[in-house]
Write a protein that binds this ligand. Sequence first.
Ligand code: 25A
Ligand code: L14
Length: 340
Amino acid sequence: MSERKFNVAVAGATGAVGNQMIKCLEERNFPVKSIKLLASARSIGRKLTFRGESIPVEELKEDSFKGVEIALFSAGAGTSLKFAPMAYKDGCAVIDNSSGWRMDPEVPLVVPEVNPHAIAQYTKKGIIANPNCSTIQMVVPLVHIHKKYKIKRIVVSTYQSVSGTGKKAIDELFDQTRALINFLPVERKVYPHRIAFNCLPQIDVFLENDYTKEEMKMVNETRKILEDNSIGVTATTVRVPVFFGHSESINVETYEPIKASDVKDLLRNAPGIKLVDEPKKGLYPLAIDAAGQDLTLVGRIRQDESVPNGINMWIAADNIRKGAATNAVQIAEILGSKYL
Ligand code: 25A
Ligand code: L14
């Protein structure tokens, strides 16, 4: 990283992801000259800490980005659709964690371990989109398989933690669990059904084709990031009573012959991956091990014996870190050192 320092803003700073973005900027020692913390009017009066300094939260407004060079957004799609173009008008590059811009053909959708070259396209709209959390952790290992064996089809089922929905959902799982073990009535506010001691095969709303929006995000974003619309992807996304860390069961079918033992070697030293695959010792990726760190854990790699060329794997990653904040700050690092 060059010596140059940047004026940075975080929009949605008070949310679960925004908070982690601030921590990632600190942890990774991002060259920050100044930092602005933005949220809705609801958060005015709150203060957050950056490098030991208490910083008041400001209301996100049209003119918030004057003098700002890089803005990290995590304030929902509506907010990003409205404010990201305003930021770029003032010369500020936006890295956006919402779903608002991801499928815009003029906006690169980037996972630094997979398609860092796409960042160069940011000048078209001034925006780089951060993919959906479940998609990010899936393409980190799959890019290597695609490059070597060419992927024909992916069948993925997710086991997603409640933190993806934000603080209110973390509270809901906690409160429902406590109520149930105390034989008290259970309240439900965030999810369509009880999440404690349950699995919900619905994340986000249902679409015309009876898939959920989350499932179709995985289909469309995977193809865009891997730059190959011929890849077949089918997903079932499930909310499970876990606080942090998404897990995924992934089945991959390839055009070229593929062997599980070769895939292990391929992924052992790949960037952003930790191979955890010693099943006989009881070692495989776990959400509780994925939480609080930045690597995608990959394991249970084994032959799919039902097709000529196929493998199965199980992966886990921290959805708030690699699935959102860390990925955004990694993009900022490349943007800052190579393109600004
Ligand atoms: O792209 P999508 O699908 O539209 O959704 C993206 C959203 O999903 C979350 C993340 O929410 C993001 O905003 N998310 C979680 N994991 C993700 C991932 N891996 C992920 N998104 C992508 N990838 P979040 O909870 O992390 O953060 C929300 C932040 O956005 C701020 N915000 C909302 N509207 C805004 C805005 N900021 C500026 N202008 C707006 N119009 C929001 O700040 C938060 O920082 P806030 O000030 O609105 O809320 C601060 C606190 O207030 C509480 N609260 C929230 N909503 C209400 C509320 N209190 C009362 N009434 C409410 N309606 C919360 O406790 C919050 O912490
Ligand atoms: O598209 O609720 O980035 O776990 C991330 C959080 C979708 C919903 C996204 C969740 C959102 C997801």
